[in-house]
Design a binder for this molecule. Structure first.
Ligand code: KIV
Ligand code: NA
Length: 277
């Protein structure tokens, strides 16, 4: 497959060809995304919860995200790789945001970085990172890094005030230079209202059809435990298959059925004799 570029993603939007994005957090999930021929892979800070076991995204550090991002990069050849800039790594200043973004490009080979929010300081960060030559994916609507300030992990754009904010921020991040926009957890009618004003590709998650979709891979595969958000559709029950596989192995070890002769190494009679002597 040819390399997916920003130009190609823009062409897909123009041709109304839906853009497929999914998260990955390590080499095997990157290989899965690549072999499934998705267009974009997101090294999401959702990895804080999905693969590191935290109860929110705010705990994950830049160094931890870089470990995940480098592993993903090694597994992806064609898809466009976006890395989330985690909470705390862009809040202090434009300089801090640029320094963090540069690390994801230099140390992990990110094609673009993703920055949450569309308020005034966020717009300054987007402009600074874009000015440094690094493509930015913006993210508005439900922004999990600042969910506490939004009143929890809940849908946005459901009141007139919140819908007005969503539209204002979506237009503002585009003006600030974002190349792609993710809109999370917003009624489809509200997201649809701003779509005609957006020249950049818009990737929805719980925001209607947009130009493309993104989901957390472990939600798609049925590996995550607990209640999923309304926007999740499970396409497989891989978590159950994983537990079944490990449980079968445990049963065979306990029953003395594993290992069998074919799982070992042949010895010469001389080696056996010497070992017994
Ligand atoms: O971290 C993540 O997985 C995300 C997507 C849900 C957009 O930011
Ligand atoms: Na994220």
């Amino acid at each position: 497959r040819p390399q997916t570029t920003l130009r190609r993603l823009a062409e897909m939007k123009a041709a109304r060809e839906p853009i497929v994005m999914v998260t990955a957090y390590d080499y095997p999930t990157a290989r899965v995304a690549e072999q499934a021929e998705v267009d974009m892979v997101l090294v999401g800070d959702s990895g804080a919860q999905v693969v590191l076991g935290h109860d929110s995204t705010v705990a994950v550090t830049v160094d931890e995200m870089l470990v995940l991002a480098r592993a993903v990069r090694r597994g992806v050849s064609s898809a466009f790789v976006v890395c989330d800039l985690p909470f705390g790594s862009t809040e202090v200043s434009d300089e801090q945001a640029v320094q963090t973004a540069v690390r994801f490009v230099k140390e992990a080979g990110a094609d673009a970085v993703k920055l949450e929010g569309g308020g005034p300081s966020r717009l300054a960060r987007i402009r600074a990172v874009v000015a440094a030559g690094i493509p930015v994916v913006a993210h508005v609507g439900l922004t999990p890094q600042t969910a506490t300030a939004l009143g929890g992990m809940r849908a946005q754009g459901r009141t007139a005030e919140s819908a007005e904010r969503l539209v204002r921020e979506a237009l503002a991040v585009q003006e600030a230079g974002a190349s792609i926009l993710v809109i999370e957890a917003v009624p489809a009618e509200v997201a649809d209202a701003v779509l005609p004003e957006l020249r950049i590709p818009v990737i929805g998650i719980g925001a209607g059809r947009a130009d493309g979709q993104v989901l957390v891979m472990h939600d798609v595969l049925g590996i995550t435990e607990g209640k999923a958000p309304a926007f999740v559709k499970r396409y497989a029950e891989v978590g159950d298959a994983m537990v079944d596989g490990v449980a079968a192995y445990a049963r065979e070890v306990r029953a003395g059925a594993f290992p069998a002769a074919e799982h070992g190494y042949p010895a010469t009679p001389e080696a056996v004799e010497a070992a017994r002597a």
